[in-house]
Design a protein around this ligand. Structure first.
Ligand SMILES: [Zn+2]
Length: 628
């Protein structure tokens, strides 16, 4: 059974394929257009020899679509895996296929502006080396981050150094609010998001025709070192213009779209628009399935209208930081307009149905996108989906509660599961129900029933096997790359055991960029509440390199913090710089050693720090998902 498509899955895929615009081959032309070269060196390695990116990992896409994959997602994989250096227009180049995201290079009078340096230092360096090999050793004259997601800045140190920026040689340009959002995303729910991202991107699932075949936005995330250099130029308003190395750049700020800090920008001399991640060759996420703060589809659509109004009558090409460009004014503007219509339709129609009394799960099944949108490729749900985006719109406006008090206070999953399974006549009888659903091709129902069995009896061997098989069929059928990866990741954990968190974003650079309030927030969310109920601990912190004083106060299990003019009377006072504070709270630095070498001075009881650190609970990057 495992790793083969059932007849029912084959029929589902055949029916779905009937509606695909297979005659439209424009994307295949566009992914080849401007091709300059691809690298003969097919693997990107870390300093220790570990492979962080393999350009041939998806070479199986050369074959016809197998029955274990949705043909629409397979097609997207064929397009996204075309790697190499490409000329967008004379003077603008892209390196594609080196990471989840792509890198754009804009040539000025003497050097080159780099837009979005991928996720890892290693992949960014390899992509930039390919560019330089064919365009000469041009110096980097500016770095631009389009937005605050790590696939748009993590590789920066593969291209420029901290010294390039500190010396003023290379400005780093980013939308206002970049740093706060780049860091916050990784602090509050970072551990859970990273574990869930292991499902969403299928990092632990073997790549292959019956395995991981991509995330729709790009193939997957690279596994190298994520770095960060703090921006030096903030873009704060639409219409702001910057000239770098003779290249004019006009910006449009788009906060609250695909990212909380994001911007589009236009190169008037090239008639080229960078749409950041606001328009790409997929229906994007209003809420990613790894989890995030829900996005605003209405604002997203509004900003795309503004983009068209600003530059629609002069642009000749639009490119983004994923996928391939769209050329020719008419085609490019229609592409932007359809992307806009897609988010607006999803938003408005979901609200129409909400106001008719439907809940998210119902609207997700009812809502059909307009035929003209379904007839285009870039509006398909390879990364976002109509299903989970509709639920995201519902969540944004109404939250988790559907107003039916029967669902206001249900038993939690394990308690529910025990009762459901008992009502079905026990685990074996429930598995029999699921087995029938499976043979009827109703994998969704099979998965729901087996979910209860596994939460009542996680060791039930037949339930584990059948649930893995049901997940696999759901994965094979999915047009959405993240759904497929999630299903196949669930199947893998049921068969082989938990794989934990294969990738982590908590690199030294990201931790080192925490502001003092963010450091205290990151401690506060790790306080073991019940153990701290009866503690009262007032500490003062003089941060020497910021000329600022903070107090933290733990009471009732909650650690609050604020800036003050003077240390709190009677409190222990730690005097140190921000980096030392980070070292102490991440325990990479011992207090005794820091006191001994005078990087910390303590006025009061040094043991107070240990009292605080001793109340922190460990995070669990390996928590169970498909079992309790
Ligand atoms: Zn991205």
């Amino acid at each position: 059974m495992a790793s083969r498509a059932t007849d029912a899955t084959r029929q589902t895929l055949a029916a779905a394929t009937e509606h695909l615009p297979l005659h439209d081959r424009q994307d295949f032309e566009d992914t080849e257009r401007g091709f300059v070269a691809r690298s003969a060196d097919r693997q990107v390695r870390a300093a220790d020899g570990r492979v962080v990116w393999d350009l041939d990992a998806y070479s199986f896409f050369g074959a016809e679509c197998p029955d274990t994959a949705n043909p629409s997602l397979w097609r997207q994989g064929q397009l996204v895996t075309k790697d190499g250096l490409f000329e967008v227009v004379p003077g603008i180049f892209q390196v594609r296929g080196y990471d989840l995201s792509i890198m754009t290079l804009v040539e000025g009078d003497t050097g080159v502006i780099v837009i979005d340096p991928l996720i890892s230092r290693e992949t960014a360096a390899a992509a930039f080396a390919l560019y330089q090999k064919h365009r000469g050793p041009r110096p980097v004259v500016a770095m631009i981050y389009t937005h605050s997601h790590i696939d748009h800045f993590g590789g920066v140190k593969g291209i420029i150094s901290e010294d390039d920026v500190d010396s003023g040689r290379v400005p780093v340009i980013a939308p206002e609010g970049f740093m706060e959002h780049a860091i916050v995303e990784n602090i509050f729910a970072g551990t859970a998001m990273a574990r869930r991202a292991g499902y969403m991107y299928g990092a632990a699932v073997e790549k292959g025709p019956a395995g991981q075949i991509g995330a729709g936005l790009g193939q997957t995330t690279s596994m190298g070192e994520a770095t960060l250099i703090v921006p030096t130029v903030d873009i704060t308003r639409t219409g702001q213009e910057v000239v770098v190395d003779g290249v004019r750049i006009v910006f449009q700020v788009t906060p609250g779209t695909e990212a909380p800090a994001e911007m589009n920008f236009y190169f008037p001399d090239f008639h080229a628009l960078c749409a950041a991640e606001n328009a790409s060759h997929t229906l994007h996420n209003i809420l990613t399935i790894r989890g995030a703060v829900v996005r605003d589809a209405h604002a997203w659509a509004h900003y795309l209208t503004e983009t068209i109004d600003l530059w629609g009558d002069e642009l000749d090409v639009v490119f983004a930081s994923h996928h391939w460009p769209t050329w020719d004014r008419e085609r490019a503007v229609e592409y932007l307009a359809m992307q806009r219509d897609m988010y607006l339709y999803l938003h408005d129609q979901t609200l129409r149905l909400i106001n008719q009394g439907y809940v998210g799960a119902e609207i997700a099944e009812m809502l059909r996108m307009p035929p003209a949108l379904e007839a285009a490729w870039h509006t398909h749900g390879y990364y976002g989906s109509v299903s989970h985006n509709v639920k995201a719109v519902y969540q944004r406006y109404l939250g988790w509660y559907e107003a039916n008090p029967a669902r206001l206070w249900p038993h939690p999953p394990e308690e529910s599961a025990v009762r459901y399974v008992a009502a079905m006549g026990g685990a074996d009888a429930a598995v029999a129900v699921a087995r029938q659903a499976f043979s009827d091709g109703d994998y969704r129902w099979a998965a729901q029933v087996l979910d209860h069995v596994l939460f009542a009896d996680p060791a039930h061997a037949a339930a584990r096997t059948l649930q893995a098989d049901a997940f696999e069929q759901l994965g094979f059928g999915a047009e959405n790359g993240t759904w497929r990866s999630a299903y196949l990741a669930g199947a893998k954990e049921l068969r082989d055991g938990q794989f934990g968190t294969p990738t982590t974003a908590a690199s030294a650079d990201l931790i080192g960029a925490l502001t003092v309030p963010q450091v205290f927030d990151s401690i506060a969310i790790r306080i073991d509440g019940p153990r701290a109920w009866d503690e009262h601990l007032l500490l003062s912190w003089v941060i020497t390199d910021e000329h600022a004083t903070f107090i933290t106060e733990l009471r009732n299990g909650a650690l609050n913090h604020r800036t003050v003019a003077e240390p709190a009377p009677g409190s222990t006072v730690f005097t140190l710089d921000r980096a030392t504070l980070i070292g102490l709270v991440t325990t990479t630095l011992a207090l005794e050693a820091a006191v001994a070498d005078r990087t910390v001075t303590v006025d009061g009881d040094p043991a107070d720090l240990q009292r605080l650190v001793g109340l922190l609970a460990p995070v669990d990057p390996d928590f169970a998902i498909v079992t309790p």
